[in-house]
Design a protein around this ligand. Structure first.
Ligand SMILES: *Cc1c(COP(=O)(O)O)cnc(C)c1O
Length: 344
């Protein structure tokens, strides 16, 4: 095996040949004025795929998450977030820095919040309490585990949040993984949420980009905020063109990433039962715990590099491997061979 097999993230995926061609040939205009036909087409496609009124193209998932909150809150409001969520852990304190809000982390149980915890978090505590404006969901949940959350669960937490006048925001960076794992239509899966985003550049392999979706009124407001923070782009159609190809050609193949992850998990379990939890390997993320053979994750990470395999160390017990378009079945088999050799 000559080339590196990179499992560190599905963000490492490269644009396909068809995407590069579409980017070169894109019909473009001034997106500041809403006159880029390719951006407009991508926004329309995205909104309709999720059955939301409107969509906005942004450069990254982080920007989409932050704009969604900035467009909704006032200083000192509170937002409920998952303890393991991206918006809470991996956006450089953006909620505090950009929106001046207080994030209240909720525990999750297999990725799900307890409805009573939500109710407790919004209970009126007297004149000192802050006003809780947003419930933030993420699907798949927890980028170290990739747990797919069902429509039933999302609808039930959304109903609860709506009772307390909260907006329900979904970070759906990997929503197509959730939809594939649950064999559910994306629009059905997300019908309970008010505002959401999905990534074009993770499992779908576009070079950059993310779509923020919501009501027409919300997206109008989001466009003002995007402009304020310098996220408006002139001929963004060159990038949107890759996003269109991503939606047209990359959604159905996500199943392959899940099969590859499962293959890796199953084979490693045959080698040693303690290495992987197969039952919980439901999307494109595999967690390996080498402690069961007396090794730690740093050791496994280092040793794998000799075999041309890159992984992410979550902590001393866990390596995370994310499967994606850049990884095929031969890569999986090489990785199984490498791990068995290292841990034998
Ligand atoms: C990657 C990711 C983001 C951020 O997306 P960027 O495009 O890297 O800014 C947000 N949420 C989740 C769940 C992610 O996996």
């Amino acid at each position: 095996m000559n080339s590196i097999i990179d499992y560190r993230s599905d963000a490492v995926t490269l644009a396909t040949f068809e995407m590069r061609q579409a980017m070169a040939n894109a019909e473009v205009g001034d997106d500041f004025a809403g006159e880029d036909p390719t951006v407009n087409r991508l926004e329309k496609m995205s909104a309709s795929l999720f059955n939301k009124e409107a969509a906005m193209f942004v450069i990254s998932g982080t920007m989409a998450n932050q704009i969604a909150i900035m467009a909704t809150v006032h200083l000192g409001d509170e937002v409920l977030v998952g303890e393991e969520s991206h918006i809470y852990n991996l956006e450089n304190g953006g909620l505090a820095a950009l929106s001046g809000v207080q994030a209240r982390p909720l525990k999750s149980y297999d990725g799900m919040f307890d409805l009573n915890d939500i109710k407790r978090a919004v209970e009126f505590r007297g004149i000192e309490s802050s006003s809780v404006k947003v419930l933030c969901l993420e699907n798949t949940y927890d980028l170290n585990r990739g747990i797919p959350l069902t429509e039933t669960y999302i609808s039930s937490v959304s109903d609860t949040a709506h009772k307390y006048d909260m907006m329900v925001y979904l970070d759906g960076a990997r929503i197509f993984n959730a939809a594939a794992a649950l064999n559910e239509k994306p629009s059905v899966l997300c019908k309970g949420v008010d505002v959401m985003q999905f990534s074009l550049c993770k499992g779908l392999s576009a070079p950059v980009g993310c779509m923020l979706l919501g009501s027409k009124k919300f997206i109008e407001r989001a466009k003002v905020i995007r402009h304020r923070i310098g996220g408006a782009m002139a001929q963004a159609g060159h990038m949107a063109a890759a996003g269109i190809v991503a939606l047209e050609t990359m959604v159905d193949r996500i199943q392959d990433d899940h099969l590859n992850a499962k293959r890796l998990a199953v084979e490693l379990t045959k080698f040693n039962e303690g290495l992987v939890d197969v039952e919980k390997t439901l999307t494109n993320i595999v967690q390996i715990n080498p402690n069961c053979v007396g090794k730690d994750a740093f050791y496994l990470d280092n040793a794998l590099q000799e075999y041309g395999v890159k992984v992410k160390v979550v902590d001393s017990t866990t390596c995370r491997l994310v499967t994606h378009y850049g990884i095929n079945v031969n890569d999986i088999d090489h990785t199984i061979y490498a791990i068995k050799s290292i841990l034998s």
